[in-house]
Design a protein around this ligand. Structure first.
Ligand SMILES: [Zn+2]
Ligand SMILES: [Zn+2]
Length: 52
């Protein structure tokens, strides 16, 4: 059974999360709440490890 997913609410994060959650990690939650929009995502998930 596949749970529906959506993008993490942290701008700049590439992760998919279950619709019941807002963020993929505490790191994203804190980054979003502190308005830290410019920096790279620090959640540590594979989708966000790519560096330019
Ligand atoms: Zn991320
Ligand atoms: Zn995230």
């Amino acid at each position: 059974m596949n749970e529906p997913s959506k993008p993490c609410d942290h701008v700049g994060c590439n992760c998919q999360v279950p619709v019941s959650r807002d963020y993929c990690s505490e790191s994203c939650r804190m980054a979003a709440e502190s308005q830290n929009m410019g920096g790279a995502c620090e959640c540590g998930h594979a989708a966000c490890q790519q560096r330019p």
